[in-house]
Design a protein around this ligand. Structure first.
Ligand code: FA5
Length: 331
């Protein structure tokens, strides 16, 4: 019997000494586990005289349930404190200001495209989609490029097949429209264009163009100048100047390049925007449009040049780097 009391005392001392519920789990295993010290006492029962066996068994069981009760009590006591400490260390400061999610926004080239569409749309031009992967014949042949003409060298591009290229100019839309629609016409498109280009601050292999044309009775360079002037003022403000200079494109006659300057930017320097002219009679006649009745103008320009000029951006590669610090400036 003293043996039972001794083990029970040992267990109680261990329970009182425990500082955490983890310690108590160890004590539990040591005394109450299957091969624990209290359960182990039962093994000696066989060696006792028969009349002492029930008394010994009862004493062990009583000791076990007392130790168990004390243990559970201590677990409850310690658990409260441990939970409080955990809550303290995991406390969330609900008074901190929240982190605002970053909202996406339209890319500056998309914003420019939207403005171009609104401007030309309001002048009666109809927007048409056009493919980036284009037939060689729409990109060149239909635009009055004679076979092997050196003007094509300026617009070397990426060939997918002999007759399938990444378009070099949005003017490729013209042939598609003339095949299916009759004048009077006022059409424009905006989209991605590609060239095998030595990349620098104003040239990239991938860029965007607007291309716009109009065919009607009596269309002259005056209509072209008027339209481009209106377009430039919508894009850059009322003080913008537009300059025309003679230039060559196989699909216009006469042909010009045009540049703009605004007193505010680049010290009023002229910046080339694009090319333009009256649509070459060869093209109109090829598509059965009577040149005694109809004439037309066409112009094309680089979309990147518009925000470059409007905001004073010195390198068009910024548009394609996807640097959030750059892009987030344009609302
Ligand atoms: C053309 O592409 C003609 N299709 C424009 C045209 C249309 C003329 C209708 C007459 C009638 P050009 O190759 O000059 O022309 O390109 C027009 C504009 O696109 C350039 O002025 C420039 O603003 C832009 N551009 C051309 N190449 C690049 C490039 N590699 N990177 C960025 N912008 C470019």
């Amino acid at each position: 019997m003293e043996q039972v009391t001794a083990v029970q005392t040992e267990a109680i001392t261990a329970i009182n000494a425990a500082r955490s519920t983890d310690d108590l789990r160890v004590v539990e295993l040591e005394f109450l586990g299957k091969s624990g010290k209290l359960s182990g006492l039962m093994k000696g029962i066989g060696a006792l005289p028969n009349d002492q066996k029930p008394l010994f068994g009862a004493a062990v069981n009583q000791a076990k349930s007392q130790v168990e009760a004390l243990l559970n009590q201590r677990i409850q006591d310690l658990k409260g404190g441990e939970l409080n400490r955990q809550f303290e260390t995991e406390r969330i400061d609900i008074t901190l200001p929240g982190r605002a999610p970053r909202y996406g926004r339209e890319h500056v080239l998309q914003l420019t495209t939207n403005k171009i569409k609104r401007t030309l749309g309001s002048m009666g031009f109809v927007y048409q989609e056009s493919p980036e992967l284009e037939h060689f014949r729409y990109n060149f042949d239909a635009l009055n490029y004679p076979p092997d003409h050196p003007a094509m060298d300026e617009q070397d591009t990426f060939y997918v097949e002999d007759d399938l290229v990444l378009r070099t100019q949005c003017t490729a839309l013209q042939g598609r429209v003339f095949e299916t629609q009759k004048p009077p016409l006022r059409v424009f498109t905006v989209g991605r264009t590609f060239r095998n280009e030595a990349v620098d601050r104003t040239h990239n292999h991938t860029f965007h163009q607007v291309d716009c044309f109009m065919i009607d009775r009596g269309i002259s360079m005056a209509h072209l100048k008027g339209t481009l002037g209106e377009f430039a003022r919508a894009m850059f403000g009322p003080e913008v100047n537009v300059r025309f200079r003679p230039d060559f494109f196989p699909f216009v006659e006469p042909g010009v390049d045009y540049a703009i300057s605004t007193p505010k930017l680049f010290n009023g320097k002229w910046v080339e925007l694009g090319g333009a002219g009256l649509i070459h009679p060869n093209i109109l006649e090829r598509y059965g449009i009577d040149t005694r009745e109809f004439s037309g103008f066409a112009f094309g320009l680089g979309v990147e040049r518009i925000p470059m000029m409007a905001y004073g951006i010195d390198d068009l590669r910024h548009f394609f780097d996807n640097d959030f610090r750059f892009l987030s400036q344009f609302a």
